[in-house]
Write a new protein. Structure first.
Lengths: 302, 494, 325
């Protein structure tokens, strides 16, 4: 969160916000940035429109690089034990808790919320990581299982991650909404390319710093800020992306992206008709949307 | 270097082996700060027993007194149950997410303090530090981590949309895996919203009391976890207490039977994890080197003081000699001795009483005509020790093939066909565990289908995981611990 | 190095009927007990937790140094590079003459003569010259070329030959071809000792490594060796443990003892000590000698020397206190 003015005579050091790709923090290969400004608060705070930072305006090539990084990370992340993935997600919650104040300030500026509401959103985002952390080693027990086929066969169905998932983060809920769509993609072993909210990207770019210090292997999550449609189009059409979460696609963009995704039959999670209440307890659907079920047969006989 | 044309000198080689005798590598005791005496943990505070009684807990490796521990009587049990009852309302009313976060905290503190707890466990129990460090403690933390995640997901457990906790759980655990058995009991109980009164075993009370301190560090509300130390009478009082809603016991089948009688006619829910006489079945097409490792870990892990131990080796007659030769060669490399030495494979027997039982049954094996063989090893002069022992020419009629020895004693039997292997494996009142060794997948599954045992390991043995249900058939008890199934013991269907 | 009192082809250490045809050899190799990968790796990892301290550590460090085949196998090797490696092998720690010498210097055939001369000049005649041969590392050449390669290396002064097997033939199931090739190279070696390299990373499965071990031992290998050091997967504790089981079982079956050489990937003293624990607790003390166990390594030596200095001085050493060669 940037505060350009001096405070008690001391000039603040401003942070350069960067992309997060393959575990590193590059600027956009395009060299472009765009101005991020504070949002209107419900109370109409005076800060509206105030310059916050220059965020990287990521390009198609950044999106391409992010997919390469996500693909490279997929083997290790999907092959890690569920226990390990759960611990890493829980570690994200621990690290986020330690930066609670910073995120409350960023969410306040990004979404124009009151301080109390922003704090509540941050707290809910932390708890959401905890909730999903617990799913890593339970999902298979809830959505998989033995099938009593009529014959001398052992038959077991288990869920597996689908692959690289392009995640268009919700446009308004800059942190809680983002965490609510990202964590369920990760917990089962997918890797993600996230396109942040167009106008409120800063909490997402800061979240990348949390992810980078949470034992999450590089490339498992890649974060791109910029124009949603410009980034989403190449991702939706990309042949090495297996699924796309359209939460942040507004207007006609969602249908266009879904059509593009049909080319390699990506799994598509459509956006909700209404802006969802991200504070509500989630169900399984954001996890199961990005799972494949594998069924193994084996004969039984001495 | 020997000269290029000189044949190797066997005696020089033997001398080389002796030179590579591993120097002592003791784990430091300094990591554990032992107090001279410990109280009961009731309603968030440590206190002396109402009657002022205490008992001593020993290191079975040296017979050194480690500490004095309060001996809880009926009055103390009463206070503990009252505290648990008082805590139950608020605890069960907490949102699952908040209960989850307490349990995650406990899991993390256990991870942070795991070396201290491993050394403590080894001191009080006699098990090798290698096992307490690499098996017990990681599993303890993992168990809390796993059930922490369930606390806010109970509606997904397959028990209806809104399953309810039972109330106060009375939990009595054994001495073979003191902290792990505590975790198996407390983690699911708390996740489901119950409060607990736990009684650790008389000979291994210390890690449970250290766990009480961990509950305090984690900020767990008072009364949610209560620890009462004592003997069998303390446990009996706890189980019989009228305000207990749930009884969970791990221990011998004889005591389990008594408890089942005690709770008969009450509304108390009961789960029992009792004895076993596990069969480890080695077919002729087994991966032999790994099978030998599995036989060794099956019966000598934790000095064989494991309810699911593979105490009966059923080996196909065609490979009997090959397997036995390899097994004996392997047993000669087992390192028996100081449990705190990082290179020790086999530690001390937990108590003089247990040692006497093992000794008596081994003598019965010899008297009944089985052939006894022990690995050559020097046993320490003090403490309770029993050399790893193998009995061959054992039949199903021998006591050592029927009774649970709970020690490092393996009984070897043979079979000719898969059907005979299954028949012999099932020919016991117990039904906790079994092992199958063959490279043929369909035979694994067929044999597993036919075995009357709650846990069947194929091409491995003594594997545990918090996600995997554990428990027995027949007189090995009922109910399952671990996994989604483990929640059922602590929840009512909605 | 291992030697039999009787001539090599007298039948000792062979099972003649299993090598009578490719089918017979295949039946034999595929009849060996399978290897459960999870169990094997768990056993290797468990032995890796052994804690080797004080006197045992001092013994292990010196033993490990004496087992090194100090190796340079680069296209850029020059006589100068090989001579300095020989000097290093003869006098590993110039500041401490009690440091043992290495077992051998391992070079390409065209450097064997240079190495032999340099070692003799350094008064280190007991250090062997090992030469890779048979179109190392790929092994993709005509048999006649491989045999010529071998003979030239021996003629140039190599008394140990590290050959690579034809992995293509092995993976295609042409076991007898691999067997016969090893036998012919064995003949071409004359009095030199033969180490047979499997390239475990290319054999890929533990079952294949066990089969290759028996195949090579039946064909007369004096040593079996994990790898060339030129591929991604070289010596690992599990694949070395498996080969130690094979030499143990082969001696029990035939009476002939064969050595084991892990090569590539063993870089630290800690790793080396773990390998010695594998030897000690799998094959046994009979193999705890440079005659029966070698490390194919280069950077390992300096780490062993630094650990040795730590034991002597009580404080940690650094790379400036060992020589770069």
């Amino acid at each position: 969160m940037s505060t350009p003015e001096t405070s008690r005579g001391r000039l603040a050091v401003l942070k350069t916000y960067k992309l997060y790709v393959g575990g590193k923090f590059p600027r956009s290969e395009s060299g472009r940035v765009y101005e991020v400004t504070a949002a209107t608060s419900a109370a109409g705070a005076a800060g509206k429109g105030q310059w916050l930072a220059n965020a990287p305006l990521a390009s198609r090539k950044d999106a391409r690089d992010a997919v390469v990084a996500a693909r490279k990370a997929f083997g290790g992340w999907s092959g890690a034990t569920a226990y390990n993935r759960g611990q890493v997600l829980y570690r994200v919650a621990e690290m986020l808790e330690g930066r609670r104040q910073q995120f409350a300030a960023e969410v306040t500026a990004a979404e124009g919320l009151s301080k109390a509401k922003a704090q509540a959103a941050v707290d809910a985002a932390i708890d959401r990581w905890v909730w999903y952390a617990g799913w890593s080693d339970k999902l298979a027990q809830v959505v998989g299982g033995a099938n009593p086929v009529a014959g001398p066969f052992f038959n077991l169905s288990t869920p597996e991650p689908t692959g690289v998932v392009a995640v268009l983060a919700p446009q308004r809920s800059s942190l809680l909404g983002l965490v609510s769509v990202l964590a369920p993609v990760l917990v089962s072993g997918n890797t993600a390319v996230v396109v942040t909210s167009r106008n409120a990207p800063l909490p997402a770019l800061s979240l990348a710093e949390v992810l980078a210090t949470s034992d999450l292997p590089g490339g498992v999550v890649n974060v791109l800020s910029g124009d949603t449609a410009e980034l989403a189009r190449p991702l939706a059409a990309h042949a090495d992306v297996q699924a796309v979460d359209l939460a942040g696609a507004e207007g006609g963009l969602a249908a266009e992206l879904e059509a593009a995704a049909a080319e390699n039959l990506k799994r598509v999670l459509r956006p909700a008709a209404q802006d969802p209440d991200w504070s509500a307890q989630p169900g399984l659907e954001r996890m199961t949307a990005f799972l494949e079920t594998k069924t193994v047969w084996h004969p039984v006989g001495a | 270097m020997t000269d290029n044309t000189t044949p190797p000198n066997p005696s020089a080689s033997a001398a080389a082996s002796q030179l590579f005798a591993y120097a002592p590598a003791p784990e430091s005791r300094a990591v554990v700060d032992l107090a001279p005496s410990y109280g009961l943990f009731v309603d968030g505070e440590f206190r002396e027993a109402a009657g002022g009684k205490v008992f001593k807990t020993l290191s079975p490796a040296t017979e050194e007194v480690l500490a004095e521990v309060a001996h809880a009587g009926e009055e103390d049990v009463e206070a503990a149950v009252r505290a648990a009852r008082a805590a139950f309302g608020p605890w069960s009313a907490l949102p699952g997410t908040e209960r989850a976060k307490y349990l995650f905290r406990i899991a993390r503190v256990i991870q942070e303090r795991s070396r201290e707890l491993a050394v403590l466990e080894t001191l009080d129990n006699g098990k090798p530090i290698r096992e307490s460090r690499d098996a017990d403690l990681p599993l303890v933390a993992a168990h809390f981590f796993y059930y922490a995640g369930w606390a806010d997901k109970l509606s997904y457990a397959g028990l209806g949309p809104d399953p309810r906790p039972l109330g106060v759980a009375a939990q009595v655990i054994p001495w073979n895996f003191p902290l792990l058995m505590l975790a198996w009991k407390i983690a699911p109980a708390l996740a489901a919203g119950n409060t607990v009164v736990l009684k650790p075993a008389e000979t291994t009370p210390l890690s449970a009391l250290f766990f009480a301190d961990i509950c305090r560090q984690a900020g767990l509300p008072k009364g949610v976890v209560n620890i009462v130390t004592g003997d069998g009478a303390t446990g009996a009082a706890l189980v019989a207490h009228p305000d207990v809603n749930k009884v969970a016991f791990t221990g011998s089948t004889a005591v389990g039977r008594q408890i089942a009688r005690t709770v008969a006619g009450t509304d108390k829910r009961l789960t029992l994890e009792l004895g076993g006489k596990g069969a480890n079945i080695v077919f002729e097409d087994a991966p032999l080197d790994q099978a030998v490792e599995g036989i060794v870990s099956g019966i000598f892990f934790n000095q064989g003081q494991v309810c699911c131990a593979g105490s009966r080796l059923l080996v196909q007659e065609s490979v009997h000699d090959e397997v036995l030769d390899a097994l004996k060669r392997r047993l000669a490399t087992l390192r028996v001795g100081d449990p705190l030495d990082k290179n020790t494979d086999v530690g001390a027997i937990n108590s003089a009483e247990q040692l006497a039982r093992i000794t008596e049954l081994a003598e019965a094996g010899e008297a009944e005509g089985a052939e006894r063989w022990s690995a050559p090893c020097e046993l320490p002069g003090e403490g309770y020790w029993f050399a790893p022992t193998v009995f061959t020419h054992v039949s199903q009629a021998h006591r050592i093939a029927r009774e649970e020895i709970f020690g490092p004693v393996l009984s070897v039997l043979t079979f000719r066909t898969p059907d005979e292997a299954v028949a012999k494996a099932n020919n016991t009142p117990y039904g906790l565990s079994a092992g199958i060794w063959t490279e043929k997948g369909s035979r694994i599954l067929q044999t597993a289908n036919q075995l009357r045992a709650g846990v069947v390991w194929a091409n491995t043995f003594n594997k545990f995981d918090p996600t995997s249900p554990f428990g027995g058939y027949k007189e090995s008890g009922y109910g399952r611990e671990g996994g989604r199934h483990g929640l059922e013991a602590y929840l009512e269907h909605a | 190095m291992p030697t039999d009192a009787a001539p090599r082809d007298a039948g000792r250490g062979t099972l003649p009927d299993v090598t009578s045809s490719n089918a017979a050899l295949r039946r034999f190799l595929h009849g060996l007990p399978g290897v459960d990968a999870v169990g094997l790796e768990a056993r290797a990892a468990a032995l890796g937790t052994r804690s080797i301290k004080t006197s045992a550590k001092a013994y292990a460090l010196d033993l490990a140094i004496s087992m090194i085949d100090l190796t340079t196998l680069e296209g850029a090797d020059t006589p100068g590079k090989v001579r300095s490696l020989c000097a290093k092998g003869a006098s590993p720690d110039p500041s401490d003459r009690t440091a043992p010498r290495v077992a051998a210097i391992c070079v390409y055939p065209d450097m064997a003569a240079t190495a032999r001369r340099a070692l003799d000049d350094a008064g280190a005649g007991e250090i062997h010259v090992a030469s890779v041969a048979t179109a190392f590392p790929a092994g993709r050449a005509a048999l006649s070329v491989k045999l010529a390669d071998t003979r030239e290396a021996v003629a140039a002064g190599a008394d140990e030959i590290d050959m690579v097997i034809d992995r293509g033939a092995f993976l295609a199931g042409r076991y007898l071809r691999v067997f016969e090739e090893i036998r012919e190279v064995r003949q071409a070696c004359g009095d030199a000792h033969l180490k047979v390299i499997f390239e475990n990373g290319e054999l890929a499965t533990y079952d294949n490594i066990r089969r290759a071990s028996w195949l090579a031992m039946l064909a007369g290998a004096d040593f079996i060796k994990t790898s060339t050091g030129k591929v991604a997967v070289n010596a690992t504790p599990p694949n070395t443990l498996l080969m130690l089981e094979a030499v143990r079982d082969f001696r029990a079956a035939t009476g002939r003892q064969v050595g084991v050489k892990p090569a590539g990937g063993v870089r630290t003293a800690k790793d080396a000590v773990k390998y010695l624990v594998l030897v000690n607790e799998t094959a046994g003390g009979d193999w705890l000698s440079p005659d029966w166990f070698r490390f194919g390594a280069s950077s390992l030596l300096n780490d062993l020397l630094m650990q040795r200095q730590k034991l002597t001085t009580g404080h940690y050493s650094g790379p400036d206190y060992v020589t770069v060669d």
